[in-house]
Design a binder for this molecule. Structure first.
Ligand code: FES
Length: 104
């Protein structure tokens, strides 16, 4: 388990926006949904593809490769062809910045 990774200043991640941060080899997709921050692994669980390249709406992201959808708040897989949830990571706001970590 590693320490917290700084994503960006809170002012750089406004509602509806997203950023990708790295904790070691783990890409982490961090989103601001209506003022609350959430983080999931930036990797579709269907095949190895970045969710950050997907289409965001209603707190969900749709993978551009084959259309699987995930709940960004819970990581839950919402439709085929993905059946496994994407890993969800903690987020904190401290010193005017957004932080996350791979806590697995
Ligand atoms: S890689 Fe994401 S739906 Fe297939």
């Amino acid at each position: 388990m590693s320490g917290w990774v700084r994503v960006c200043a809170t002012s750089e991640l406004l509602p509806g926006e997203s950023k990708v941060a790295w904790d070691g080899d783990t890409p982490i997709l961090v989103v601001n949904l209506d003022g609350d921050f959430y983080a999931v692994e930036d990797q579709c669980t269907h095949e190895d593809f970045e969710l950050s390249a997907g289409v965001f709406s209603d707190g969900q992201v749709e993978c551009t490769l084959h259309g699987a959808r995930f709940d960004l708040r819970t990581g839950e897989a919402l439709c085929a062809p993905a059946y496994s949830p994407v890993a969800k990571f903690p987020v904190k706001v401290e010193d005017g910045a957004v932080w996350t970590r791979d806590d697995r």
